[in-house]
Design a protein around this ligand. Structure first.
Ligand code: URP
Ligand code: ZN
Ligand code: ZN
Length: 498
C-alpha cells in the first residue's frame, strides 16, 4: 500500500487522446498530470516507459454469488474482484437479484451484505426487476433516491421473464427517474417451445442450447425492447449483444434518435462456438461462427455498440453437470472478469480492429459515462480516482485455469495467448498488481453510488430534451441534437467533482 505514487514516462491513454506524461497520485486520487511535476520527497516512482497507462477497466456486468438455476455461482465478491484486479479491471457493477418473494429493495440490501467487506475494488449495483407492481415502483424510487442505484435490469427470457406491459411500465418509470433500463433480450417463450421440441426429439445435450436460441430470437427481443423504449421515450441498454442482427436493430433505433447502448461480452469475441461443451454454455449463446466475433468488434469500433462486459457468472464443472440429461438444466454462464481486458486487447487492438483509445472507451469510459461514474472513474484526469492499469503490449500471457485467480475450476479462454499484460494495477491509489505480483486487500473496495441523471424526453424529430431542475425550483429545458449528445450528454450533470 502506498499513499504517494508517481507514474513516469508512460503513454497515457484516454478515450479521446494519447499523451506522454507523468501522473502523481496521493490519497487514492490523481493530483497532478504532466511533465516535470514537482512532487514531495519519499514518493514511490514507477517507470512506465514503453507502456500504455490507462484508466482501470470497468466491468459493468458480473454476477458474483448469484443464486440461479437451482445453484449458486462460485466466484464470490472476494474472488471475483481479486480476479478483476489481476486482469486490470478496477471497478465492477454487479446485479442485485431478488429471490422469489424478495423485493428489489431487499435484494439490494442482500447484495450489499454479500459484497461489503469482501470486495477488493470499488463496486456498484444494478437492481433486477422480475415483475411489475406498485411495490416495485416504490422500491425503484427509494433505490434511486437513497441507495445510489441508477439502473434496472429486466429479463425477456428465463423463468423470471417479464412481459411487454411490464417492460413498458418499468422503462417508463426509469425515464421518469432518470435511471437506465437494461434488458437481457431473448424471446423466452420461443426458446421454451424450441427446447421442448428438441428434447422430444432426443436432443438433450448442450448443442440444443444454441439451436433453441438462434440469432433471430435474440434480435426479435432486441427489436421489441427498442420499440418499447421509443414508445415511452426511455434510454435503453442492451446487454449481451451476440449477433449482427441485434447490432443492426440497435443501429436502426440509434438513427431514429433513441438512446440505446449495446454491450458485448468478452466470451462472445474470443470463444469459438463448440456448442457441445456444457462449460461454454451461456445466454445468449456464444455463436459458433468466427465471423460473428469479428463483426461484433467492428460494431464496437464504429460506436454502434459501446461497452464490453464479462457477464461473469461462473459454475464449476460439477454444477454444469446438473444438466447432463437436459441442456435446459445446465446453469448458464461463463467466466471473463479476469480476462476481459486481455481478450478484448488481443482480438480488438492487437488484431488492428480497435485503437488503444477506443479500447479505453469500450472497457472503461463508456461504462463510466452510462452509469454516471464519469469523470470520477473511466478517465485519467486530475481529481479522478487513481484506478490505473499499466499495460505492457509487447508481453504475452497464456490464459489458463491453472493460473487464474477465479474460484471456478475451468476457464473458457483456456490456452489463449494474449498480448497485453497488466504489469501494475493501481486501485484507489494502492498498487495491487506490482511488477506482475498480485496483492489485493479484502474489503478495501467501496460501494460506489451511481446517481440518476436529469430525466429527458424523447422527441421524434431526433432531439432529446434534457430537463435540469435547479435548486431554486426552476426547470431548464435544453434541446440538442441526439448525435452530438450521445454519451456526451452524460457528462452534463455529473456528481460534484473536486
Ligand atoms: O448465461 C448467463 N448470461 N448467465 C447469467 C444470467 C444472465 O443472463 O445474465
Ligand atoms: Zn443476461
Ligand atoms: Zn448477466
Amino acid at each position: 500500500s502506498q499513499t504517494r505514487l508517481l507514474i513516469k514516462n508512460g503513454k497515457i491513454v484516454n478515450e479521446n487522446e494519447i499523451t506522454d506524461g507523468d501522473i502523481y497520485i496521493e490519497d487514492g486520487v490523481i493530483k497532478q498530470l504532466g511533465r516535470n511535476l514537482i512532487i514531495p520527497g519519499g514518493t514511490r516512482t514507477i517507470d512506465a516507459r514503453g507502456r500504455y497507462v490507462m484508466p482501470g477497466g470497468i466491468d459493468p456486468h458480473t454476477h458474483f454469488e448469484f443464486e440461479f438455476m437451482g445453484t449458486k455461482s462460485v466466484d464470490d465478491f472476494y474472488h471475483g474482484t481479486k480476479a478483476a484486479i489481476a486482469g486490470g479491471t478496477t471497478t465492477i457493477i454487479d446485479f442485485a437479484f431478488p429471490k422469489p418473494g424478495e423485493s428489489p429493495l431487499d435484494a439490494y440490501h442482500t447484495y450489499r451484505l454479500k459484497a461489503d467487506g469482501k470486495v477488493c475494488c470499488d463496486y456498484g449495483l444494478h437492481v433486477c426487476l422480475t415483475g411489475w407492481s406498485d411495490q416495485v415502483k416504490k422500491d425503484m424510487d427509494l433505490l434511486c433516491r437513497d441507495h445510489g442505484v441508477n439502473s434496472f435490469k429486466l429479463f425477456m427470457c428465463y423463468d423470471f421473464m417479464v412481459d411487454d406491459g411490464e417492460l413498458y411500465s418499468a422503462f417508463e418509470h426509469c425515464k421518469n427517474l432518470g435511471a437506465i433500463a437494461q434488458v437481457h433480450a431473448e424471446n423466452g417463450k420461443i426458446i421454451i417451445k424450441n427446447a421442448e421440441k428438441l428434447i422430444a426429439k432426443g436432443v438433450t445435450g448442450p448443442e440444443g442450447h444454441e439451436i433453441s436460441r438462434p440469432e433471430e430470437v435474440e434480435a426479435e427481443a432486441v427489436n421489441r425492447a427498442c420499440v418499447i423504449a421509443k414508445q415511452v421515450g426511455s434510454p435503453l441498454y442492451v446487454s449481451n449483444v451476440t449477433s449482427d442482427q441485434s447490432a443492426e436493430v440497435i443501429s436502426a433505433y440509434q438513427s431514429k434518435g433513441v438512446i440505446v447502448y449495446g454491450e458485448v461480452e468478452a466470451s462472445s469475441v474470443a470463444v469459438v462456438g463448440q456448442s457441445n461443451n456444457p462449460n461454454l454454455l451461456t445466454s445468449p449463446p456464444i455463436r459458433s461462427s468466427p465471423q460473428a466475433q469479428t463483426n461484433l468488434l467492428s460494431f464496437l469500433a464504429s460506436d454502434i455498440l459501446q461497452v464490453t462486459g464479462s457477464d461473469n457468472c461462473t459454475f464449476n464443472q460439477s454444477q454444469k453437470a446438473l444438466g447432463k440429461n437436459d441442456f435446459r438444466k445446465i446453469p448458464n454462464g461463463v467466466n471473463g472478469v479476469e480476462d476481459r481486458m486481455s481478450v478484448i486487447w488481443e482480438k480488438g487492438v492487437h488484431a488492428g480492429i480497435i485503437d488503444p483509445s477506443r479500447f479505453v472507451a469500450i472497457t472503461s469510459t463508456n461504462a463510466a459515462k452510462i452509469y454516471n461514474l464519469f469523470p470520477r472513474k473511466g478517465v485519467i484526469a486530475v481529481g479522478s480516482d487513481a484506478d490505473i492499469v499499466i499495460w505492457n503490449a509487447n508481453e504475452t500471457r497464456t490464459i489458463s485455469a491453472k493460473t487464474h485467480h477465479q474460484a471456478v475450476d475451468f476457464n473458457v479462454f483456456e490456452g489463449m495467448t494474449c498480448h497485453g499484460v497488466p504489469e501494475y494495477v493501481i486501485v484507489n491509489g494502492r498498487v495491487c498488481v506490482d511488477e506482475g505480483q498480485l496483492r489485493v486487500a479484502e474489503g478495501h473496495g467501496r460501494f460506489i453510488e451511481t446517481p440518476v441523471f436529469p430525466p429527458y424526453v424523447y422527441d421524434p424529430e431526433k432531439y432529446i430534451t434534457l430537463l435540469t431542475e435547479h435548486k431554486n425550483g426552476t426547470v431548464e429545458q435544453n434541446t440538442q441534437n441526439f448525435q452530438k449528445i450521445h454519451l456526451e450528454q452524460y457528462s452534463c450533470e455529473t456528481p460534484t467533482f473536486p
